[in-house]
Design a protein around this ligand. Sequence first.
Ligand code: PLP
Length: 408
Amino acid sequence: MEPTRRLADLRRAGLLRRLRSVSTSQGPRVMLDGEVVLTLCSNNYLGLADHPKVRRAAAKAASSHGAGSGASRLISGNMDCHLELESELAEFSLVEASLLFGSGYLANTGTIAAVAGIAPGGVIFSDELNHASIIDGCRLADAETFVYRHADLDHLSWGLQKAGDRAKLIVTDGLFSMDGNLAPLPGIVDLAERHGVLTMVDEAHATGCFGPEGRGAVVDSGMSGRVDLVVGTLGKAFGSYGAFVGCSNEMRQLLINQARTFVFSTAPPPPAIAAASKALDLVRSKPGRLERLQHNAELLRDSLRGLGIPTGNSTTHIIPVMVGDPSMATALSDRLLTDGIYAQAIRPPTVPDGTSRLRMSVMSEHEPADLRAAAKAVARYAAELGVEFGQSGAGTGAVEPARLARAA
Ligand SMILES: Cc1ncc(COP(=O)(O)O)c(C=O)c1O
């Protein structure tokens, strides 16, 4: 089908996406298409993307090590800064070793395909609300995928029994990116150990900003040391770009050899590595940002709920306002923008059909008064538009239950 018709179809379905342009650095307020707006949809949770010390670290690394790494790590791109940050991240995540990737998308796709490749014909178990990069990793793997109902341990257990010896890997977001709730990690790890299956947890939205000292959902759940692969990101709370996989030394060696998105991709650039390293320092030395993030998250959630707006299962800094219809979600987002409030509409395929939403994310640097005002604006415009709020994306029938199937 030619582009014109495909674009027209997307527009008709309320699913056409368009780029907006930010012309300032990333902070709680940005200049968006020429207007200053309050940002309520950034993953720069701790405001570190434009922190003066993080900027300076990036600039210094550009001066000393240059703008780029020149090649993949296995050719000539392996630099001292990569190895140093890997040690720091392993220590921070309470794992034996870590390996950097160009992005979280590359970490997930490359790792799942490499790990599942250990045993071709195996079965991967993936939560129905996992991020697209996990779904794509499952698609790349030489394996079958069982998509279990969201956070449903009974369904997962049923699938594991059914798969028997073919069961190889359970993969889940630790903190779900569009719903702001947590995976039942102790139950997942128990099942994995009982069935002799590897576990992989994507901490993209938890690294640096959730759990004790920002160490993530695995540490928070008491499961560190019992999860085989922990994916963390440098592009969200750490305000930079890139990602890492925390694992054993042996698993790191396997990924160096077999993760195609590591082997065949240019090593992360020194300024991004230096920025992430400085951000990690700040997370460790200045816990106040983490406390403010939690406080702001509670404040926005309570304000929305107090105005009769359900926020699903969120218990964290990601707060969904479930609208349902994609065009209605876009209309609500557009109305908010007229008040200088930037909360993106999130629509399928990012979320299941019927669960389009505003995905509101708070930052430690937001002012409480701004969050209260934003909640009131959501309530006012939602009432004007006649929005009937729904619940979270879980159990929406996005995935047919009780079957072994490839990821949708
Ligand atoms: C849960 C999750 N995993 C992985 C990624 C991909 O990370 P990156 O943006 O570094 O590619 C994202 C990005 O939004 C995400 O939400």
